[in-house]
Design a protein around this ligand. Structure first.
Ligand SMILES: [Fe+2]
Length: 315
């Protein structure tokens, strides 16, 4: 939640943690997300599902992907129903269920392309198939509960005591809930969480996709791919690009760091790129802060590059 960003940051500081990735399970209708604010304050990678209507997030995931953070991994489960961009994330003994499965409840399905049918499938055929002792952490709980288990929800969640998908659909269709307060303000706000890449363009620190395609093969340019190995495998990469994942950008840019040394040794201008231009925009800023002024990025990332007809290498 946007208004809790101070609290999150204070906690990170107290626990001496670095926020590397922040995941929104879906586009919320009841509160403004803190995703963009956390990105601005901590330069973390923002993640949502590929169906999300949010304008820009750093990384988009789909079912079966894996989100990795030093020593941790979250398996991505597409669990639509509450919205069509609802995801759950399984991390070992626990699952983060967003608003798909709540404690003694389930997320409403009556707007944002919600579907009670899809939700039944997500809950009964995916989440409830997890081991009963799996801890369930939903996105929120209006009663103040924070954690449950799959077994507990199977037995005591009143919405799950149905005998068929049709019974569930009927139950969800008769809830007659009022729309969330401020929904008309909140949803559009949550669609615009993207980093304002136009600032960099104004400073001459961005190449548009076409300019970037034209620079391909130039010997004074060094393309640097900030994405993770999994994204490169899935979406392809650019010819001649050096791989330097964004989470270790600060180390790569400091004196003695890989990128700094390569840039110094070759005299080439670094052109950062990533999936949608968020990480690369933050990398240009990080390079500037580290005293490397001559870097640029590809606005809109490899997504824009592909849309402009740029060649991509696979495999
Ligand atoms: Fe929600």
């Amino acid at each position: 939640m946007l208004e809790k960003a101070d609290r999150y940051c204070k906690l990170l500081q107290e626990l001496n943690l670095k926020l590397v990735k922040a995941v929104d399970t879906h586009l919320h209708a009841d509160h403004v997300t803190g995703l963009g604010e956390l990105r601005d304050r901590t330069h973390c990678i923002t993640i949502m599902g590929e169906q999300s209507k949010a304008d820009v997030v750093s990384m988009r995931v789909s079912d079966g992907d894996r989100v990795t953070i030093e020593g941790l991994a979250l398996d991505v489960l597409y669990t639509p129903g509450h919205t069509d961009d609802s995801y759950s994330y399984l991390m070992g003994d626990r699952v983060f269920t967003g608003d798909t499965l709540l404690i003694r409840g389930t997320g409403r399905t009556d707007f944002q392309n919600g579907s009670a049918r899809a939700q039944y499938d997500s809950i009964f055929n995916r989440l409830l198939k997890l081991p009963e002792e799996t801890l369930v952490f939903p996105a929120h709980d209006y009663k103040g509960d924070t954690v449950s288990t799959i077994g507990e929800e199977k037995r005591y969640n009143p919405r799950l005591q149905v005998k068929s998908i049709d019974e569930y659909v009927e139950l969800m269709g008769n809830l007659n809930l009022p729309n969330p307060k401020l929904m008309d303000v909140v949803i559009p706000a949550n669609m615009h969480v993207g980093l304002h890449q136009d600032e960099l363009a104004k400073q001459g620190l961005a190449l548009n996709a076409r300019e970037a395609i034209e620079s391909l093969g130039r010997t004074d340019v060094l393309l640097v791919d900030l994405r993770e190995s999994s994204e490169r495998t899935k979406h392809g990469t650019l010819s001649g690009a050096l791989h330097a994942p964004y989470p270790s950008i600060d180390e790569s840019l400091k004196p003695g760091g890989m990128l700094r040394e390569v840039a110094a040794a070759t005299g080439r201008r670094i052109v950062f790129f990533c999936a949608f231009g968020e990480r690369s925009a933050m990398a240009v800023q990080a390079a500037k802060d580290a005293g490397l002024a001559n870097t640029v990025h590809i606005a809109g990332g490899i997504d824009a590059w592909k849309k402009a007809g740029g060649p991509v290498l696979h495999g």
